[in-house]
Design a protein around this ligand. Sequence first.
Ligand SMILES: [Zn+2]
Length: 335
Amino acid sequence: MVSAEPAFRPQINFKRSIVSRIEQILFKAWMCILACLCLGGCAGLQYQVADPAASVNRTSFYIAAHPDDIELFMARNAWDEIEKNGAKVVFIVFSAGDDGNGDSPNGNCESFYHARELAHIDAVKFWAGLSNSKDVRVVEEKVPVQAHELSRQSIGEKVVFYNLRLPDGNVFGAGYESTKFQSIASLRSNKIDRIVSVDGALELNYGELIALVRGILVREAHGTAGAVQVNIQDEDGRLNPFDHADHIATAKTVVDALSEAPYACVKIARYAGYSNAFRPANLTTRERLLHIRTWATLNSTLVDCGQASTWEPRHNALLEKQYFRVEARDSVCNF
Ligand SMILES: [Zn+2]
């Protein structure tokens, strides 16, 4: 007992110093976040809550990195467009979100990435039901886009899915050894020449990825009313700091694709991501319930597929809110 005491005291001091250090880091992080948010405001960048143009007859693309990003960060606007039944809504998910598992067998639904795709589609099926649609069956077909054969899934005439299944780039974009350190961020910054989807169906250089995005845009917007909006995550770190590298790289790729004629007509809405954890809930009571139910539906499918639930505090802190801004552009395109 006597000999234990001297060893015990340093442990207490060590714990205190660790707690103190953590407090300092958290305090600095808070200050940094507040500074970044202030900088965004000072730079004239401000977020809004609802999209007044949602009922317009347009083609609206929701383009995100992972199969749960639209449900977390863009949900309110996406379900609102589907529920009002005015816009054609096209969901494009760049990454498999495989967490380094590639296409290896995992759980009850073939693979981890396949479980995430099914969960994403089930959440959108819930949205499709909001418009009193009595048929939310998903139809799958192969379509040619830029010399590639893509899998296109749809619910009725106005809800469409494309999943490119590019390798998960990990939080900082370095990728995973198991998928040869491939990431969308590394492709965009020329650290790698080509990227291969986890199912092997796509092999692209950066120019070909840009062309593929443009090809899907033209294919789905062609013959519609002409107004086109693309919804992406906000790549501007002044307003949306500390986001996932895949989120930022996906958004920047889409912005690159829309940087010149004839694609510069497309209106762009940018949504805050992980930084929403520090923002207050801003949805109405009904919208809050719908957002929570959306997340529950997605997680129900994950669990059915034998995967861990993401119904936990870190993700749930992103519910009941949506923050986005719209860049002023024509939005009328002649694809
Ligand atoms: Zn994500």
